[in-house]
Design a protein around this ligand. Sequence first.
Ligand code: S3P
Length: 171
Amino acid sequence: MKHIYLIGFMGSGKSTVAKRLGEKLNMGYLDIDKAVEKSRNKKITSIFKDEGEKAFRSYETTSLKTNGNTPIISTGGGIVEKEENIKWMKDTGIIIYLQTSFKVIKKRLQKDISRPLWREDEENKDLYKRRTAIYERCADYIIDCDTSSLEEIIDEIIKIYRYKGKTEGEK
Ligand code: S3P
C-alpha cells in the first residue's frame, strides 16, 4: 500500500484533511510537524528559536522517513525544500498538493504565531510564489481547495487512492 502524502503551503488544511481522511477511510494518519514536536519534546517555534531552521529540517526528514506503515501523512509546508524528501515521497507514495490561494491563506493565518516562517506580507508572498512552483513540479495530483468543501476534497482524494493507491504486488 502506498502512502498518501499531503503537501501544500502553511495553512492549506493538510492536517485537517489528513484527520478527516483517516476517519473516513478508517486508516491511521500522521502529522509530520507533530511527530517532530513529539520526538524533540518541544514546540516547532522553540526548535526554530533554539536550534534554527536547519536543525528543524533534519528532524523533519527523519520523521518523514520513520513513519512506518502509517498510510496518510500530512507534511509541513517546507517538506519540499529538500530534494531528498521529494524523492522519498515519490518512491513511497502518492503526492497530493492541496492548492490554496495566497488570499485564503493570508486570511486564515492572520493572527497565527505558531509558524516561524509566516512573517511579513512581502516575505510571505515571495515564499508562497517560490514554493508553489515546487509543489506543482512534484505533485502527482493537485486539488483546488479554494473552490471545494472539506468533504469534496476528501472524496476526490479517496477516488485517487482507490485508483492509484495500490503497489504493483497488491494489484
Ligand atoms: C513550515 C511549515 C509548518 C512547519 C514549520 C515550517 C514551512 O507546517 O513545518 O513551521 O517551512 O512552510 P504547516 O505547513 O503545517 O504550517
